[in-house]
Design a protein around this ligand. Structure first.
Ligand SMILES: [Fe+2]
Length: 305
């Protein structure tokens, strides 16, 4: 490429006076300007903002050469630990609160829809389809529970045919994909709401569990005096025609770590009682008592809102 074509294409680099001035006070401006020619305006906006915040951070903490090398090594090890089943970068995003912040921005409305929370790293795309009243576990251990629910719109009308994807940890805090001995689909289910928008299933009360902490994210938590635990919860993704899909959890009231979730996912409205029920008359037909019971009303917002 000729010098003149190079200057036309990469005009910012041709300004040698700019190069000479590269210093803590000017670096953000110089590097941000290098993205002035990005064709995608959103890429330009994001890259320039990232550069400005990143440079401000480096200046703020006075990052040393050895700390920079440590950070590169940390990110390299984080990447090396990622594969089809382990996503250490999502974990890093989770413990830094970025996952919940992105979720908060995406769902920042004043509507009466059910609160959302993080997806987490244990969702699979092929939960087994199940019928109303099915058990999502074949395990004989754990405290039996029944989850009843109803999917409605923000105006209160039931949403028949709504699809509810459910997954949870077992009574020891493990998901099926964390063990080679557990059959895939255990403690997962895909339910379709009936004509009244209702669904229900049998399960066991999940246990609190630590996020995977044998990698760089775990080292970061330990070095920071933070624990890796999440309070007991059941995950849901609910969707209905014409409505915004919702990704959320219900948290078991009284669980440990409700006030210190390692990934900041708890919202007060999502903490639900799992009461011990002895009167079978208050439950769907055929449920043996005593059993723990939780009801979850899922309110979805219309798409156009
Ligand atoms: Fe989870």
């Amino acid at each position: 490429m000729s010098a003149s074509r190079f200057v036309r294409r990469y005009g910012y680099i041709a300004d040698m006076r700019t190069y000479e001035k590269f210093a803590a006070a000017t670096s953000a401006d110089i590097v941000a300007a290098s993205f002035d020619h990005a064709q995608d305006p959103r890429l330009r906006e994001v890259a320039q903002s990232l550069v400005r915040h990143l440079h401000a951070f480096v200046v703020d903490v006075g990052l040393t050469q050895s700390e920079w090398e440590l950070a590169i090594d940390f990110l390299t090890r984080t990447g090396h630990l990622c594969d089809g089943e382990r996503q250490e970068f999502i974990l890093l995003s989770d413990v830094l609160g970025v996952s919940m912040l992105v979720d908060a921005i995406a769902n920042e409305t004043a509507s009466s829809a059910t609160d959302s929370t993080v997806l987490g790293p244990f969702h699979v795309v092929d939960s087994p389809p199940r019928s109303a009243g099915d058990s999502i576990t074949t395990s004989q251990s754990g405290e039996p529970c029944v989850i009843t629910g109803r999917v409605v719109s923000t105006t209160g009308e039931p949403l028949p045919g709504a699809v509810v994807d459910v997954w949870q940890a077992d009574d020891a805090g493990f998901y099926d994909i964390q063990s080679a001995e557990v059959e895939r689909g255990e403690l997962r289910g895909l339910f379709t709401a009936d004509e009244d928008g209702e669904f229900w299933f049998r399960s066991i009360v999940p246990a609190a569990y630590p996020i995977p902490h044998d990698g760089p994210v775990g080292q970061l938590l330990e070095a920071s005096g933070r624990h890796p635990w999440r309070p007991a919860h059941i995950h849901f993704i609910a969707g209905a025609v014409g409505h915004r899909p919702l990704t959320t959890h219900i948290f078991v009231a009284g669980s440990d770590y409700l006030d210190s979730d390692a990934v900041f996912g708890v919202k007060p409205s999502l903490i639900k009682e799992f009461r011990t029920v002895t009167d079978a008359g208050t439950l769907p037909d055929g449920v043996a008592t005593p059993v723990r019971h939780c009801h979850f009303e899922i309110v979805l917002e219309r798409e156009e809102a």
